[in-house]
Each structure stands twice: as structure tokens, then as C-alpha cells.
Design a protein around this ligand. Structure first.
Ligand code: PMP
Ligand code: GLU
Length: 396
């Protein structure tokens, strides 16, 4: 069979691949602690499940209108207005997961050879989406700046130009957990306006912050008209398997993206959208409880790592952190030759899975060789045990 060049440009999602590997090991009877995939370990709030059942019983089982159930588009617009973004329902497309919203956005904006700027480390699927669209990646590395954006603004200024078509910003960040400061976002704004760049603001971890103030990029002067705001239900409401997300953007963008939406997924699942309405309206306490639990886990994990001399910083959001791995190998070895840091972090993650039965994701998958991403969406007991096992296996 002859496969398209397009599909051969990309690899399967590393995050999903590792979590499948962990599941296979589990199925073989191994007690694997899965700190790989970014998936809240809480059940979806019961009232959301009930709303879905009711929607099915009420017959919301046919094709919904392509861009989304009107009540949900309205509720999403209201939520965004509450955040200071003056979107109306017509600015919203409801998608099967935020991933589809991002995919549609990239396909709508990026032509062959267009430049797309990513802030590394960046979530695995941005790169693949850009490659599928034929875009050229230009990556700005935040690793030398402790994953902060503000000190990297000069590097960003050097990277972007009038040729830059699209910039992707993800705060709170997957995989670093960084929440970008207002000063950093203002710096992004200045560059986006100067060079007329369209910006994706991926806000899927917006609700999951620990004391840091989250700012939505589209609220900054000059940004609303050039921002595609992407969000979803997976993380805040623990609804990963429901596949529900959305994008909000100027209407001219929405009518273009809606073409791809209607020809690919048709619509997000009808009764799931009705459950989404309940999630937006009546889950405040559940979300707060989950965020409190993540906060406690972050504190515990950071403290445990410190005890073993691993400085992972104290990320202010999401449920990830990056740990440096394989430093010994990263430094020049005795022969003076530099080993490949990419091999280091992949090797470390393989060893962690095989020897300690702890699943993590190599930083290379996010453009951050020499690091491993830990997702702390697991119970305190499991987090503690994971660290113990890594220490016992001499991996920390
Ligand atoms: N953006 C980021 C940064 C993510 O980590 C994820 C992974 N869940 C997504 C988007 C996509 O989420 P979903 O498709 O589950 O809504
Ligand atoms: N975004 C999550 C992660 O980074 C889920 C997996 C995926 O969609 O990539 O682990």
C-alpha cells in the first residue's frame, strides 16, 4: 500500500503510546504505577453522568447541529464572557475533545511551508498537527529559563518575524506545569501584534492552578481578534473519555474551520454535549476538590523529590512536572564525547518502567531531551510508592 507523505511525517502520540504500554504490563499482572498519561484519576461528577443518561432517555441521540448544541454554545460563550472574552455563541465550535479543536485550528491556518512557533517543551500533538498540515516548526526553548516564558521573550522575539503564521501558547503548560505571568503574555502580545501572528491559546488546564493567577491571552489589548481560544472538559471535570472540547474565535475563522469540522467529525456527540452543559453549570465544588487534591499531591511530590536532591521547581498549574534525568550521561563522558541526551531520557523512562514499574514520558517527546515528565494525577500513596521504587532502582 502506498501511504501519504503527510502521514509518514508523524509518529504516534508518545503520551498515549506509553500509557498503552503501561496498561499492557498491568494486564500481564504487573503492579504498574502510571504517572505517564495526563488523566485525572477522579470519577466524572455524578450529576454530569446523570445529565448524560437523562439526555439519552430524552432522545438526544441523533446528529446535533454541526457546530454544537445551541444551548451549549451559548453556555460556553457565557463562561468565556465571564473570563473577560466577549465571545458570542456564533464564535464557538464544540468539538470531540480539545485535541480536535486544535487540529481544526492548525488545518485552518497553516499552509505548506508556513512557519509555526512552539514554546518548548510543548505538548506532543502540536508538532504532529503542524507537520500534518505541512507547516515548518520553529521552536523556542524555555528549558534554559527554568521553563519560564518571561526570561525567554528575547529568544521569542528573535524567532518570530513577519513570516510567522501561528504561535501556540499553552498556559498552564503541559508538560512543565508553568503558568505564564502577565508580563510574559504581554510580551507575546507585543510580538503577535507587531508581526501580525495568529495565536492559539490552549487553556485546557485553566482551572488547575495553585495560587497563580491565570490570564486568558485573548483578554489582552490587541489579542482578541487574533486569538483562537481552545479549551475542553477532559481535565477540569475529569471527562477525558467523553471527548468534549471547543474552540472560540472570530466568526470569519469559525466559518472556515466549521467546513473541516462538518466534513470530518460532523459534530461532537449529542448527549455528551448535554452533559457538558451540566458540567459547566453545576460542578464548582467537585472541581475545587479535585484541584485541592492535585495541589496536595504536587506539594508532596516536590518535597519527596527534594529529599532525593531532585529539583523540579514548584510548578503553579496543571498536574505535571519535569525532572532532569540522566545528568551523569549528559555531561561529557570520560572519552570527552557528549552522549545523546535524547537516548538518556528515553533510556531512563524505559528503565523506570521495566525496573520500577513506574510509567513516565521522556522529555524528548516534548522537545525537552534530558527530562522526564511525571503526571501526578495519582493518589498520594501511589506517588510516594513511585518515588520509593525509583530510588530503590537507583533512578533517583
Ligand atoms: N491540550 C493539551 C495541552 C493537553 O494536554 C491535552 C491532552 N489531554 C489536550 C489539549 C487535548 O485534550 P482533550 O482532547 O482530551 O480535550
Ligand atoms: N494530554 C494528555 C497527556 O499529555 C493526554 C494524552 C494526550 O492526549 O496526549 O498525557
Amino acid at each position: 500500500m502506498d501511504f501519504s507523505d503527510r502521514i509518514q511525517r508523524v509518529e504516534p502520540s508518545a503520551t498515549l503510546a506509553i500509557s498503552s504500554l503501561a496498561s499492557e504490563l498491568k494486564a500481564d499482572g504487573a503492579d504498574v504505577i502510571d504517572l505517564s498519561v495526563g488523566e485525572p484519576d477522579f470519577p466524572t461528577p455524578a450529576n454530569v453522568v446523570e445529565a448524560c443518561e437523562t439526555a439519552m432517555e430524552d432522545g438526544h441521540t441523533g446528529y446535533p447541529s454541526s457546530k454544537g448544541v445551541p444551548e451549549l454554545r451559548e453556555a460556553i460563550a457565557e463562561k468565556l464572557q465571564g473570563d473577560g472574552l466577549p465571545y458570542e455563541a456564533d464564535n464557538v465550535i464544540v468539538t470531540p475533545g480539545a485535541k480536535q479543536a486544535l487540529y481544526e485550528t492548525v488545518q485552518t491556518v497553516v499552509d505548506d511551508g508556513d512557519e509555526v512557533v512552539l514554546l518548548d517543551p510543548a505538548w506532543v500533538s502540536y508538532e504532529a498537527m503542524v507537520k500534518l498540515a505541512g507547516g515548518d516548526l520553529n521552536r523556542v526553548d524555555l528549558a534554559p529559563h527554568d521553563f519560564k516564558l518571561e526570561p525567554a521573550l528575547d529568544d521569542l522575539a528573535e524567532a518570530v518575524s513577519d513570516d510567522t503564521e501561528l504561535l501556540v501558547v499553552n498556559s498552564p503548560s503541559n508538560p512543565t506545569g508553568a503558568v505564564y505571568s502577565d508580563a510574559a503574555l504581554e510580551g507575546v502580545r507585543d510580538l503577535a501584534v507587531e508581526h501580525d501572528i495568529t495565536v492559539i491559546s490552549d487553556e485546557i488546564y485553566e482551572r488547575i492552578t495553585y495560587g497563580a493567577e491565570f490570564t486568558s491571552l485573548g483578554t489582552l489589548d490587541g489579542m482578541f481578534e487574533r486569538t483562537i481560544t481552545v479549551n475542553g472538559f477532559s481535565k477540569a471535570y475529569s471527562m477525558t473519555g467523553w471527548r468534549l472540547g471547543y474552540l472560540a474565535a472570530p466568526e470569519e475563522f469559525v466559518s472556515e474551520a466549521a467546513k473541516l469540522h462538518s466534513h470530518s467529525v460532523s459534530a461532537a456527540t449529542n448527549f455528551v454535549q448535554h452533559a457538558g452543559l451540566e458540567a459547566l453549570a453545576n460542578t464548582e465544588d467537585d472541581v475545587n476538590e479535585m484541584v485541592e487534591a492535585f495541589h496536595e499531591r504536587r506539594d508532596r511530590l516536590v518535597a519527596l523529590l527534594k529529599q532525593h536532591d531532585v529539583d523540579a521547581g514548584t510548578p503553579d498549574g496543571a498536574f505535571y512536572l519535569m525532572i532532569p534525568v540522566g545528568e551523569a550521561q549528559r555531561a561529557s563522558d570520560a572519552s570527552g564525547e557528549q552522549s545523546d541526551p535524547r537516548a538518556d531520557d528515553q533510556q531512563w523512562c524505559e528503565d523506570a518502567l521495566e525496573q520500577a514499574h513506574v510509567a513516565t514520558v521522556p522529555g524528548s517527546a516534548f522537545g525537552a531531551p534530558g527530562y522526564a515528565r511525571i503526571s501526578y494525577a495519582a493518589s498520594l500513596d501511589r506517588i510516594e510508592e513511585a518515588v520509593e521504587r525509583l530510588v530503590e532502582s537507583d533512578l533517583l
